[in-house]
Design a protein around this ligand. Structure first.
Ligand code: ARG
Length: 457
C-alpha cells in the first residue's frame, strides 16, 4: 500500500505496534458504505467510467458479504481500510486500485469513526431511555412510601421513595441531552478532505454528505482529519453517565444492606458468596460503580493523547478507537444489568417507615414556631434545645413532655401537638420540585414523556 519508497517491509516489532485491525475491524460496515459513496462521487466527476463504477460497487457488496461471514478474523492487514481494499482486489482485480483516488486513510478513518459514533449514540440513547422509563415506573409505585431523605448520610427530612428514584432519573435526561448535542457535531462529513489539504479531484462533498447522512460538510481539511473533539465529547458524556450510575448504585447498595433493608435485589440480579450461605450481594451495583472509573480513564486517556499533537493527522489518533469502543462496550453491559436490577427490586415500605425517626420533624417544629411569629434563626435554636432535651431524656423528639417544651418557649408545647402525620410533613414542602405528591406527580408525567420519546432532546 505504501511500500514503493522502501526496500524493506516493516519489521515484526513495528507491525505489532502499528497494526490497528484487531481494534478497528468493527468499522468494516462503515468503511464499505463510505467507500461506495466515494466510488459514486468519483463516478460523477468522471474519474471512473460507469462500467468501472458499477464494477467497484458490486465488488464492495461482495466484500461486505465476506466480512459479514467473518473474513476479518485472523486477517493479516494493517487496518480495516487496507483489509477492505485487499478484499476488493480479490473480488474485482486491478480495477480496485482506482478506489483510493483522491482519498486518504486520514479522511477515511475520520468518516468511518463518525458514522460508527452516530450509531453508538443512538444505541446508548435507547438504553438510557429504557433505564429512565424503568425508574419512572418504579417511582410511580412508590409515591405513597415515605422514608428518611438523607444528606451527609444523616437522616434529614421525610421524602417519598418516588422522589428519591426521580432524583436519579433527571440526570439521565441531561445525559441524553448531552449526547444529542454532541451528535450534531459528530454528524460532520470529513470525506473529500484528502490527507490534510483537500482532495485532488473535484468531488461534490455536499452530495457525499447527503449520501452518507451527515448534517454538514467540514470546513477545514487540516482540522477535520486531526479532530477528535467528537470522541472526547462522547467520552465525557459517557463518563458522566457512568458517574450517575455509580451514584445510583452506591445509594442502592446502602439501602440493600441489612442495616437499612429498604430494598432487596431479586434472585436473578443477586450474587451469592462461595463461603457465607446467607449472602445476597449487590454485585450489579458494585460493578456499575467500579466501571465508572474505567469510563473516566477512557476520557482522560483520550484528552491526554490529543493535547500534545499539532493540527492534522498523527498516528497518535489511532488510539482513539480502543478508548471509544471500550467505553461504549462497557455501558452496553452495565446499562441493561442496572435496568434489570431496578425493574425487579423489591421495596420494603415497613423498613422505610420504621426508619422515620421523630427527629426528622425538627424542621417542621421550627417552621411552626415561625408561624407563631418567632424569627427562624431563633426558632432553629429553640428546637435545637428541644432536641438536646430529647437526647438527654432518651425519648423521641415528639415525646418530650409538653410542659418541658413550653418551658423552652411557650409556642413550642403547642407546636408539638400540631405536628400531624408523616404525610402531612412531606406535603408541607409543596414548592414545585419538592417532595410533595403534586410535585412528584408532575415530575412523573414529565419524565414519562421524556423517556418515551426517542432522541433525548
Ligand atoms: N489505522 C489508522 C487509524 O486508525 C488509519 C489512518 C492511517 N493514516 C495514516 N496516515 N497512517 O488512525
Amino acid at each position: 500500500m505504501w511500500g514503493g519508497r522502501f526496500t524493506l517491509g516493516p519489521s515484526q516489532a513495528l507491525d505489532a505496534l502499528n497494526r490497528s485491525l484487531p481494534v478497528d475491524h468493527r468499522l468494516w460496515p462503515q468503511d464499505v458504505i463510505a467507500s461506495k459513496a466515494w466510488v459514486q462521487a468519483l463516478g460523477r466527476v468522471g474519474v471512473l467510467t460507469p462500467v468501472e463504477e458499477s464494477q467497484l460497487l458490486d465488488g464492495l457488496d461482495r466484500v461486505a458479504e465476506r466480512l459479514a461471514d467473518g473474513a476479518a478474523v485472523g486477517a493479516p492487514d494493517e487496518d480495516v481500510h487496507t483489509l477492505v481494499e485487499r478484499l476488493l482486489y480479490e473480488e474485482v482485480g486491478p480495477g480496485a486500485g482506482k478506489l483510493h483516488t483522491g482519498r486518504s486513510r486520514n479522511d477515511q478513518v475520520a468518516t468511518d469513526l463518525r458514522l460508527w459514533t452516530l450509531d453508538a449514540i443512538d444505541q446508548l440513547d435507547a438504553e438510557l431511555a429504557a433505564l429512565g422509563a424503568t425508574l419512572v415506573t418504579r417511582a410511580r409505585e412508590g409515591t405513597d412510601a415515605i422514608l428518611p431523605g438523607y444528606t451527609h448520610g444523616q437522616r434529614a427530612q421525610p421524602v417519598r421513595w418516588a422522589y428519591v428514584l426521580l432524583a436519579h432519573a433527571w440526570p439521565l435526561v441531561r445525559d441524553r441531552q448531552r449526547l444529542a448535542d454532541a451528535r450534531r457535531r459528530v454528524a460532520e462529513l470529513p470525506l473529500g478532505s484528502g490527507a490534510l489539504a483537500g482532495s485532488g479531484f473535484a468531488v461534490d462533498r455536499v452530495l457525499l454528505k447527503e449520501a452518507l447522512g451527515f448534517r454538514s460538510v467540514s470546513a477545514n481539511a487540516l482540522d477535520v482529519t486531526g479532530d477528535r473533539d467528537f470522541v472526547a465529547e462522547v467520552l465525557f458524556a459517557i463518563a458522566l453517565v457512568g458517574t450517575h450510575l455509580s451514584r445510583l448504585g452506591a445509594e442502592l447498595i446502602q439501602y440493600a444492606s441489612s442495616e437499612y433493608g429498604f430494598v432487596r435485589l431479586a434472585d436473578d440480579f443477586s450474587t451469592g458468596s462461595s463461603l457465607m450461605p446467607q449472602k445476597r450481594n449487590p454485585d450489579v451495583f458494585e460493578l456499575a460503580r467500579a466501571k465508572s472509573a474505567r469510563l473516566l480513564g477512557d476520557l482522560v486517556a483520550l484528552l491526554t493523547t490529543l493535547k500534545g499533537i499539532p493540527a492534522g493527522y498523527s498516528k497518535d489518533l489511532q488510539e482513539d478507537k480502543a478508548l471509544l469502543f471500550d467505553a461504549c462496550d462497557t455501558l452496553a453491559v452495565v446499562l441493561p444489568a442496572v435496568t434489570g436490577a431496578i425493574a425487579s427490586l423489591a421495596v420494603d415500605r415497613q423498613r422505610m417507615h420504621a426508619a422515620l425517626d421523630a427527629c426528622l420533624r425538627a424542621t417542621d417544629l421550627a417552621d411552626l414556631l415561625v408561624e407563631a411569629g418567632v424569627p427562624f434563626r431563633e426558632s432553629h435554636g429553640l428546637v435545637g434545645k428541644l432536641v438536646r432535651e430529647a437526647e438527654r431524656a432518651g425519648v423521641p423528639l415528639d415525646r418530650v413532655p409538653e410542659a418541658v417544651a413550653a418551658g423552652i418557649h411557650p409556642a413550642l408545647g403547642a407546636a408539638l401537638t400540631q405536628l400531624g402525620t408523616w404525610e402531612d410533613s412531606v406535603e408541607g414542602r409543596a414548592t414545585p420540585g419538592g417532595a410533595s405528591r403534586k410535585s412528584v406527580e408532575d415530575q412523573l408525567e414529565e419524565l414519562r414523556k421524556l423517556f418515551a420519546a426517542a432522541g433525548g432532546t
